[in-house]
Write a protein that binds this ligand. Structure first.
Ligand SMILES: [Fe+2]
Length: 73
């Protein structure tokens, strides 16, 4: 698979993870008790997925990697 196609798919997946975080957070803000604690655990997993996808994108896209490196300084 060409890198450009792979990157598009990974960026689409990243958007999905970010949208999931926003949706879970909106629900968490309305909840309490066990349901809230469960979604807080799930949202932490989604944030890990964002980090994993971002790491992978950086490995494939040298421009993205350089932008992150520059911002982390
Ligand atoms: Fe996820």
């Amino acid at each position: 698979m060409a890198d450009s196609k792979l990157l598009k798919m990974l960026r689409d997946d990243l958007v999905g993870e970010l949208n999931a975080i926003n949706q879970y957070q909106a629900h968490i803000d309305e909840m309490s008790g066990e349901a809230k604690k469960t979604l807080e655990h799930i949202i932490a997993d989604e944030k890990e997925h964002v980090a994993e996808l971002t790491k992978l994108i950086r490995k494939i896209d040298p421009v993205e990697s350089e932008k992150f490196r520059k911002e982390e300084m």
